[in-house]
Design a protein around this ligand. Structure first.
Ligand code: SAM
Length: 238
């Protein structure tokens, strides 16, 4: 089976729609992901079915639950190999996507992949999230922040919520532990100017559980946050 067929079948299993243009871009993404993965460690999932389902379809599932407005700005915190940010950018050329990571070599790969996919709506940002959140250039500048597999939710909130504009949204893509992490992060969400909105639990074909947690930014983040990385790790907000 060609990768296009594998991806189409993964999308059908997840009941998501995928157009031809996006399909073509994801084929380029898959090829270059594998190529770069031989030079630097980007992903443990390298088989076509795994990439289609556990990376691409998993990221595209987000659109089933969140209606991202055209022209919106989105920052993907700890993007790694571009998940979910680069997949979002591939599917929606009308969203401006910033891919942030503290590891420069991953961003070099991601930039190369985005360029080869012909994407004009992607910017890469080499920074620690908590440093970007203290910089006037990025603080409260984004309509959306996303993050997948970066940190526990209470820590992740301090990375992400300072970057979101009042009125914007933070979307955490979590696994089966999402509900427990949310229980431990409710205080952090409030302290950072957020409001918990909703949780969607879904199951990928094959059984993996995904928990999408949506928080709205309802007031400015106090200037004390984000703290530096050491403090965030040592005493996560409660
Ligand atoms: N989001 C991707 C995914 O779902 O495959 C990558 C996940 S990887 C396990 C976590 C990534 O977060 C790494 O690339 C790491 O460099 C980045 N990261 C962790 N803490 C960070 C921070 N404070 N600021 C920026 N990037 C961070």
């Amino acid at each position: 089976m060609s990768f296009e067929e594998i991806m189409t079948s993964a999308a059908e299993k997840c009941r998501i729609e995928i157009d031809r243009e996006t399909l073509k871009k994801l084929c380029i993404y898959k090829d270059l992901l594998k190529e770069w993965n031989e030079k630097i460690n980007l992903t443990a999932i390298t088989d076509d079915e795994g990439v289609a389902l556990k990376h691409f379809a998993d990221c595209l599932l987000l659109f089933k639950y969140v209606d991202i407005k055209s022209g919106a700005s989105l920052i993907d915190v700890g993007t790694g190999a571009g998940f979910p940010g680069l997949v979002i950018a591939a599917a929606r050329s009308d969203i401006n996507v910033t891919l942030l990571d503290s590891t420069g070599k991953k961003l070099k790969a991601v930039k190369d992949i985005a360029d080869n996919m012909g994407l004009k709506n992607v910017t890469v940002l080499h920074a620690r999230a908590e440093e970007a959140g203290r910089s006037a250039d990025y603080r409260e500048r984004f309509d959306y922040a996303t993050a997948r597999a970066v940190a526990q939710l209470n820590v992740l909130c301090e990375y992400c919520l300072p970057l979101v504009k009042v009125g914007g949204n933070f979307l955490a893509m979590k696994g089966a532990s999402g509900e427990d992490e949310l229980a431990a992060a409710r205080g952090a969400i409030k302290k950072l100017g957020g409001e918990y909105k909703e949780t969607r639990t879904l199951h990928l074909p094959g059984g993996d559980t995904r928990t999408l947690i949506l928080c709205k930014k309802i007031s400015q983040t106090p200037t004390a946050y984000p703290r530096n990385g050491g403090k965030i790790a040592k005493s996560p907000l409660k």
